[in-house]
Write a protein that binds this ligand. Structure first.
Ligand SMILES: NC(=O)c1ccc[n+]([C@@H]2O[C@H](COP(=O)([O-])OP(=O)(O)OC[C@H]3O[C@@H](n4cnc5c(N)ncnc54)[C@H](O)[C@@H]3O)[C@@H](O)[C@H]2O)c1
Length: 442
């Protein structure tokens, strides 16, 4: 077993990673936690049996303690990622860093130096690369059996309720306190497009987008500032009282109140906190619609669309090849190929089998697969090409920042600079893990 410390015991750190470690065969065990909120920290300790001497209120306190784990999972708010990753790396830990890597490009690139200087690894939680859905698509592209890729169309259907929760009322609603949505939400998608094309160079990028709907001037005339006092609260699509006041212990309902999470605590959160504010009277400023266009070196184009106004929370993909068209839906775990026949209105349909996954978090099984792959990689070096190293994840961030530049500058076409010289995508040599030290000492 590898020992992991969770920094940030929120939705990702607690409900996804620690939960998976406790309930599934991942090869990891939770050895410690860093969480400033006392109620959350205690609840985490109780649930995963973490003793007081391995539970910390601050990162500094954790870093002062002798090393007692192999990997640190950084699951704190976006703006803290750079400073946290830097400090944890300096202490000699291998890191799994939640995306985004950092909220500006210089900090993203600076972490490469941090990794090289400290000679330990920083992996990025671009979990969708590990999902059977996208792995299968990549295998099909790489096999060449359908010819070359002519065009990829990927859409991220955020779902209206998820958008309202996270990008109007939640942690990612403002560029200033988080980053542009094309980075915070869609670094996954830009990462996937680059990875599906086997890392082929992207020549240029262009983007359109705006915050169109969740704006003050779109509010119904009777709408109040807060849902608890709103005459429309029983009928509004975005009524916070209708959405959050229930006993469901699941995301996103269970993240709005501090522990203990009761209906009364949620009501109080709606009366006072950001999740109870009207979606048209909030202080959000990130896009609710954005399109990104990429041109690859070989001439293929990719179009990516981020959409708030969708019924489902899923990703949909179409890949056009020389001889066939592939189409799929992540949440439905569906992939089909329509082979061209040369005849009018005729196609040969192939349904691509996909292994069933536990898709509780909307990542097509990617969260669990990430943990298992990372474990295999750290203990035996396997699956190297699949692991989302800092270097291989950085291109997505460069594309996101350039897309945002394009959007803000009359949708200008921006050439993508070569950030890595050829051959520089190799990982640094593996670090020594605590469990190896223990084996040597025994
Ligand atoms: N990979 C993915 O698909 C994916 C999905 C969702 C979120 N994320 C990212 O994961 C990260 C965490 O998101 P979340 O939804 O779990 O947020 P969250 O708000 O639920 O959890 C963050 C936790 O960090 C704690 N925290 C804040 N400052 C801290 C500090 N200085 N030291 C230690 N803990 C601190 C908070 O108290 C909170 O418990 C974010 O960066 C987010 O963008 C990634």
């Amino acid at each position: 077993m590898l020992k992991a410390v969770i920094v940030g015991a929120g939705a990702r750190g607690n409900r996804v990673f620690a939960e998976l470690m406790a309930t599934q065969a991942t090869g990891f065990e939770t050895a410690g936690v860093v969480e400033p909120e006392p109620g959350r920290r205690q609840a985490f300790q109780d649930r995963y049996d973490v003793p007081d001497e391995r539970a910390f209120a601050t990162l500094e306190a954790f870093l002062e303690a002798p090393r007692f784990a192999d990997v640190v999972f950084i699951c704190t708010p976006d703006v803290t990622h750079y400073a946290h990753a830097r400090a944890v790396s300096e202490k000699g830990y291998t890191i799994l860093l939640e995306k985004p890597i950092a909220t500006n490009l210089p900090d993203c690139l600076a972490l490469l130096d941090v990794e090289a200087t400290n000679r330990n690894h920083i992996f990025v939680a671009h979990v969708l690369r590990y999902s059977p859905f996208f792995r299968t698509v990549r295998d099909i592209i790489r096999s060449g059996r359908l010819g070359r890729v002519q065009h990829i169309h990927l859409t991220e259907n955020v779902a209206h309720w998820h958008y309202a929760h996270s990008y109007v009322r939640g942690n990612w609603n403002r560029q200033e306190t988080s980053a542009p949505i094309v980075l915070t939400k869609s670094s996954h998608d830009l990462d996937l497009l680059h990875w599906l094309m086997s890392g082929e160079r992207v020549e240029w990028v262009l983007s359109y987008g705006a915050l169109k709907y969740f704006r003050r001037e779109k509010a119904p005339p009777q709408a109040a500032e807060r849902c608890v006092a709103c005459p429309l609260r029983d009928e509004c699509l975005y009524s916070a009282t209708k959405f959050y006041l229930n006993e469901r212990d699941e995301w996103p309902f269970n993240v709005i109140a501090s522990a203990p999470d009761t209906v009364e605590a949620r009501r109080l959160a709606l009366e006072r906190g950001p999740y109870g504010r009207c979606v048209w009277h909030h202080d959000n400023d990130v896009c609710d619609e954005q399109t990104v266009l990429l041109e690859f070196e070989g001439g293929a184009h990719a179009v990516f669309g981020l959409h708030a106004h969708t019924a489902d929370n899923t990703r949909r993909l179409r890949v056009l090849f020389d001889h066939a068209e592939l189409e799929g839906d992540l949440r439905e775990e569906r992939l089909t190929i329509s082979h061209f026949t040369g005849r009018k209105n005729e196609r040969r349909l192939e349904t691509v089998p996909l292994p069933a996954t536990d898709d509780r978090w909307g990542h097509g099984g990617g969260d669990l697969a990430l943990l298992r792959t990372l474990h295999e990689h750290l203990t035996s070096g396997g699956e190297e090409a699949l692991v989302t190293s800092l270097r291989s994840s950085l291109t997505s961030h460069v594309l996101a920042f350039l897309a945002e530049d394009s959007r803000l500058n009359d949708n200008v076409r921006i050439p993508v600079p070569d950030i890595f010289p050829p051959g520089s995508l190799e990982l640094p040599p593996p670090p020594t893990l605590v469990f190896e030290e223990e084996q040597r000492n025994n």
